[in-house]
Design a protein around this ligand. Structure first.
Ligand SMILES: *Cc1c(COP(=O)(O)O)cnc(C)c1O
Length: 477
C-alpha cells in the first residue's frame, strides 16, 4: 500500500522546486539534532551508532513528508520509533486486526502457550531429540510425533518434514520419479508467493499427466490416462479458491475405486489438514475422513488449521511412508527440534483441550464476545473525541487456503472520517504495528485475531495512530 500524494499541481515547475528546496534547507541537520538534549539522552541510553542511524531515518522521512505535504518535523517520537524498529529488526510481532485467522503474510498460526513453553524447554538445553532414554543410546527424531499423529488421524504411520511443499516433493521423489502422476487440471493451483504446485511436483522428477478440464474432471478422465508408466494418482485440495457453477471432480472414494484394483497408490495433498471433526464442518473434512475414503497417503501443513509450527505432515500406510523415511531427501527436509517440540505440544492439545490452540479458539470465538470487545473499543475511541468510531458487522475469513468461500460472522470497529490509506500506514508504524483492513474507504479493526489480553495495547496504539500528524494533516472524508 502506498501513501496517497495530495500535492496540488504547481503553476510553474521551477517555482515549486525552489519552494521545496527552501523548505528542505529549513530542516534541522543530523548533526544539529544529535546535539539536542533529548537526543543526547537517547544516545546515553542506546549508544551513538543506533541513535545516529535513527536520526538519519527520521530526517529522511521528514524530507519525504515535506515533498508530499509541505510541512514536516523531526520529532523525538519519530526518532524513538526508528530506534525501536531497528532494535527488533525486520521480523517483529504485529497485531492482526484483519480478521483473517490463518494469515500467511502474518506468520500463519500463532502458537499455543504450551507449544511456546515446549520450544523454550527443548531449545534452551539438551534434549532427547535423537536419544532413547530407556536404552541409553541413539534414538530417532522421526518418532516424536508419530504416536499422536496416528492417534489423531487413524493412520497406520506418520512422518514430519519442514512444510507441506517438502512433503509433496519427498512423496513424489520416492514414489513417482521418472514416471507419471495423474492429476486433475482443476487442481493445479498456485499457493501464493508465486509458488505453483505443479512446479513443486515436477522437481521430484515425476511427469505430470493432466486430465480433465479446468472446471470438470470425471473419474473416466483418470481411468483413460492410466498406462504402464503410471506411478500414482494425486488429488490436491484446491485450497485458495472454490469452483462454483458447472463444475465436477472425482472424490477420493471414487479415485480409490480406480487405484485399488490396479494396485496404484492414491496420494492426497489436503493443504490445511484439519484434525478435528467439528472444526469448520462440513467445509473442511478432517484428515481421518480422507484416509477412510481410500487415500493411501495424506499430506498437510502444520501451521494452517492444525494451529502448530511450520511443518509438513505425511500420514498413511506404513508401506508408503517407510521408504520416504529412508530416502536421502528426508535428511534435507527433516524438521528441527523446535518444530518437533511445538508440534508435539500442539497435537497433545488437539487431543485433550483443542480450544487452547489459538487457531481453534479464534475460529470458534462466539460473536457475542467479539461484539462486546468491539463495543468497548469503539466507545473508548469515541470518548477521546473520535466520534466516527462505530461497530459494524463484517465477514472474517479462515485463510491459509482453507474454506475459501466460507466467511466467519464477525464484527469490527470502523474508523471512518479520515483517509484510510494514511490511517492504516500510521497503524502499521505504531508500536506494536497493527495490520488493519480497508473496506469501502474506511479502516476496519476486526478483533477476532487480537488476543483479548492485548485489547488495551491495541487501544493505545490506535489512539496514537489517530493522533499522528499524517492522518490529521489531511481533510476528512
Ligand atoms: C498451503 C498449501 C501447500 C503448501 O504448504 P506449505 O506448508 O506452505 O509448504 C500445498 N498444497 C496446498 C493445497 C496448500 O493449501
Amino acid at each position: 500500500m502506498t501513501v496517497r500524494r495530495r500535492k496540488s499541481e504547481p503553476k510553474s515547475k521551477s517555482a515549486a522546486d525552489d519552494g521545496a528546496r527552501e523548505a528542505l534547507r529549513s530542516l534541522p541537520s543530523v548533526g544539529v539534532l544529535l546535539g539536542r538534549p533529548s537526543v543526547k539522552q537517547l544516545v546515553r541510553e542506546h549508544g551513538h551508532g543506533a541513535v545516529a542511524e535513527a536520526v538519519r531515518s527520521a530526517v529522511a522521512d521528514a524530507r519525504r513528508d515535506l515533498l508530499e505535504h509541505r510541512t514536516a518535523t523531526v520529532s523525538e517520537q519519530a526518532i524513538r520509533r526508528h530506534l525501536d524498529r531497528a532494535a527488533c529488526g525486520s521480523l517483529s510481532a504485529v497485531l492482526n486486526a484483519t480478521g483473517v485467522v490463518i494469515h500467511t503474510n502474518l506468520g500463519r498460526a500463532p502458537l499455543a502457550q504450551q507449544a511456546i513453553d515446549a520450544i523454550a524447554q527443548v531449545g534452551g538445553g539438551y534434549s532427547t531429540l535423537e536419544y532413547d532414554l530407556e536404552a541409553g543410546q541413539r534414538g530417532n527424531r522421526a518418532m516424536h510425533a508419530v504416536d499422536l499423529l496416528t492417534a489423531l488421524t487413524g493412520a497406520e504411520d506418520a512422518l514430519v518434514v519442514n512444510n507441506n511443499a517438502a512433503a509433496m516433493l519427498l512423496a513424489l521423489s520416492v514414489w513417482a520419479a521418472g514416471r507419471e502422476v495423474i492429476v486433475s487440471r482443476g487442481e493445479l493451483i498456485e499457493i501464493g508467493g508465486g509458488f505453483r504446485i505443479p512446479d513443486v511436483l515436477r522437481q521430484s522428477g515425476a511427469r505430470l499427466v493432466e486430465v480433465g478440464t479446468t472446471n470438470r474432471t470425471r473419474l473416466a478422465d483418470y481411468a483413460n490416462a492410466l498406462g504402464p508408466e503410471t506411478a500414482l494418482l494425486l488429488k490436491v485440495h484446491r485450497s485458495n479458491f472454490d469452483m462454483v457453477g458447472f463444475a465436477a471432480e472425482a472424490s477420493l472414494a471414487q479415485l480409490s475405486g480406480v487405484a485399488r484394483p490396479r494396485d496404484l497408490p492414491l496420494f492426497y495433498d489436503a493443504g490445511s489438514g484439519n484434525l478435528l471433526a467439528d472444526l469448520l464442518h462440513p467445509t473442511e473434512a478432517p484428515v481421518s475422513t480422507h484416509l477412510r475414503a481410500g487415500a493411501d497417503v495424506v499430506m498437510f501443513s502444520g501451521d494452517k488449521l492444525l494451529g502448530g509450527p511450520q511443518a509438513g505432515i505425511v500420514v498413511g500406510r506404513k508401506r508408503f511412508l517407510s521408504p520416504m523415511r529412508e530416502h536421502p531427501l528426508m535428511r534435507a527436509l527433516r524438521p528441527d527440534k523446535l518444530c518437533l517440540a511445538a508440534l508435539r505440544a500442539t497435537l497433545l492439545l488437539l487431543r485433550d483441550a483443542p480450544d487452547e490452540v489459538p487457531v481453534v479458539r479464534m475460529l470458534r470465538l462466539p460473536i457475542a464476545d467479539l461484539q462486546e470487545r468491539a463495543d468497548r473499543l469503539a466507545q473508548e475511541i469515541r470518548s477521546r473525541g473520535y466520534d466516527d468510531a462505530r461497530v459494524v458487522e463484517v465477514h472474517g475469513r479462515v485463510g491459509g487456503g482453507a474454506a475459501p468461500s466460507r466467511t466467519l460472522e464477525s464484527c469490527a470497529v470502523r474508523l471512518g472520517g479520515r483517509h484510510a490509506d494514511e490511517l492504516c500506514q500510521a497503524l502499521r508504524a505504531g508500536a506494536p504495528p497493527i495490520i488493519a483492513r480497508i473496506v469501502d474507504g474506511a479502516t476496519l479493526l476486526d478483533l477476532r485475531c487480537v488476543p483479548p489480553a492485548m485489547d488495551a495495547v491495541l487501544f493505545r496504539a490506535v489512539l496514537s495512530a489517530l493522533a499522528s500528524r499524517d492522518v490529521n494533516a489531511l481533510p476528512g472524508k
